[in-house]
Design a protein around this ligand. Structure first.
Ligand SMILES: NC(=O)c1ccc[n+]([C@@H]2O[C@H](COP(=O)([O-])OP(=O)(O)OC[C@H]3O[C@@H](n4cnc5c(N)ncnc54)[C@H](OP(=O)(O)O)[C@@H]3O)[C@@H](O)[C@H]2O)c1
Length: 337
C-alpha cells in the first residue's frame, strides 16, 4: 500500500525546545511537515492539551533528544495514512497519544494504534474537550482500575486534587463506587475549586493524615493516588489501610524519593505504578479501551473536564501556570489560532 497523502510537505508551525530549561526555551517556529511512516497516521491538529509531563520533558527530567517537539496528545483530522494502517482514512476526526511529543504542532505523526476515531458516541464530542480529556481522564481511569483495583465502598485519596488528573479522578472514583474521596491541594483556593468535582473533603498536605484518620475511624485509606512524589511520598505509607494500595504515577515535586521498604510487608499494603505511555507502548489495546471509555464518559457528561483554551503562541504561559502550581483544571492549545 502506498502513502495516501496528496498534500505537498509545506512547512508547518510547531513548538520547539532547543535546550532544556524554563518555559522561555519554548519557541513557536516552522518545521518540515511530517509524513506518516508505516503504521502511522498524520493528523491535522486542532487542539493539543498541555500536561505536567511536558514540563518535565522541557526541563530535561526525562531522557529526550534535542531539539524536542512538545505535545503528548492531539485532536484533529486524519491528513494521511501510512502503510500497514487499517481503520483510518483521511478526514476522520481522531484523538491520539503521540508517545514522546510533537502534538503542539499543526501536523503530527502518531502510531495508528494510539489513535481513536471520534465517531459513533464520540461524534459530537467537542475537540477541545477531547484534547483536555485524552491523557488526564485516561490516566485517572487507568490509575483507579488497572493499577489501583478500586472496589466499591473504599476510601480514595487524590493528591494534586485540583489538577487535570485530580479533577477527573475524583469523579471517576465516585462513579466506580468509592464511598469516600478525599482531595489534597496546596492552597485553600485550589481546595475550593476541587470541591466542585465531587470530593467529600479537600484538605492541605499538612492536614491529610488527620483527615484520613478521622474519616476512616483510624483505619486508613484504601487507595492513594500519588503523582506528587518527593519527600511527601514516604509519608503516604502512614495514610494507608491494611491491604491499601499506594499508586505512584508522577513526581511533580521533582525531588528524590525515599521509602520505608518494610511497610508493605507489615501491613499487606502494596506499592504499584502507572505510566500511560508505558501502557500505550506495551498494551495498546488496553490503552485504546481506556481512552475510548474515558472519552465516552466525557461525551456523556459523566466526567466534567474544566478546559481553558489558549492560542498556540501562549504555550509558554500554560507551562508557567503548571510549573508554578498556579493552574487548575486543564489547559488546551488551539493550534490553529
Ligand atoms: N504516569 C502517567 O502516565 C501520568 C499521566 C498523566 C499525568 N501524570 C502525572 O500526574 C500529575 C498530574 O498531571 P496533570 O497534567 O494533570 O498536572 P496538574 O495536576 O494539573 O498539575 C500538577 C500539580 O502537581 C502538584 N504539585 C505538587 N508539587 C509540585 C511542584 N513542586 N511543582 C509543581 N506542581 C506540584 C500541584 O498541585 P498542588 O499545588 O495542589 O499540590 C500542581 O497543580 C503530574 O505529576 C503528571 O506528571 C502521570
Amino acid at each position: 500500500m502506498t502513502n495516501t497523502s496528496q498534500t505537498p510537505a509545506a512547512p508547518m508551525r510547531t513548538v520547539r525546545v532547543d535546550s532544556f530549561g524554563g518555559p522561555s526555551v519554548l519557541t513557536v517556529t516552522d518545521a518540515p511537515t511530517p509524513e506518516p511512516q508505516p503504521g502511522q497516521i498524520t493528523v491535522d491538529v486542532e487542539y493539543a492539551g498541555v500536561n505536567f509531563a511536558e514540563v518535565m520533558f522541557r526541563r530535561g527530567q526525562f531522557p529526550v533528544d534535542l531539539p524536542h517537539f512538545p505535545g503528548l496528545e492531539a485532536v484533529g483530522t486524519v491528513r494521511a495514512v501510512g502503510t500497514d494502517v487499517t481503520g483510518f482514512a483521511p478526514g476522520d476526526r481522531v484523538a491520539a497519544l503521540t508517545l514522546g511529543g510533537g502534538g503542539n504542532a499543526e501536523v503530527v505523526a502518531v502510531g495508528a494504534e494510539h489513535a481513536v476515531r471520534l465517531d459513533g458516541e464520540l461524534a459530537e464530542l467537542d475537540g477541545a474537550l477531547a484534547a483536555g480529556a485524552l491523557c488526564n481522564v485516561t490516566t485517572a481511569l487507568g490509575v483507579l482500575t488497572s493499577a489501583g483495583h478500586l472496589t466499591e465502598g473504599e476510601t480514595v485519596v487524590v493528591l494534586a486534587a485540583a489538577g487535570g488528573v485530580g479533577t477527573a479522578a475524583a469523579q471517576l472514583a465516585r462513579s466506580l463506587g468509592a464511598a469516600t474521596v478525599i482531595g489534597v491541594t496546596s492552597t485553600p483556593a485550589k481546595a475550593e475549586y476541587a470541591r466542585g468535582f465531587g470530593y467529600d473533603s479537600v484538605v492541605s498536605y499538612e492536614e491529610i493524615e488527620r483527615e484520613v484518620s478521622e474519616r476512616t475511624g483510624g483505619a486508613g485509606a484504601d487507595l492513594v493516588l500519588d503523582s506528587v512524589g518527593g519527600a511527601f511520598r514516604s509519608s503516604v505509607t502512614g495514610l494507608l489501610a491494611a491491604f491499601g494500595r499506594h499508586i505512584v504515577f508522577g513526581n511533580a515535586a521533582a525531588e528524590d524519593v525515599t521509602f520505608e521498604g518494610n511497610h508493605p510487608w507489615y501491613t499487606n499494603s502494596s506499592l504499584a505504578g502507572y505510566n500511560l505511555g508505558g501502557v500505550a507502548g506495551r498494551a495498546p489495546e488496553l490503552f485504546r479501551a481506556h481512552l475510548e471509555r474515558a472519552l465516552t464518559e466525557v461525551a456523556k457528561g459523566e466526567v466534567r473536564v474544566d478546559v481553558k483554551v489558549l492560542p498556540l503562541k501562549d504555550v509558554v504561559h500554560a507551562h508557567e501556570l503548571l510549573e508554578t502550581r498556579a493552574s487548575t483544571g486543564k489547559y488546551v492549545l488551539d493550534v490553529r489560532s
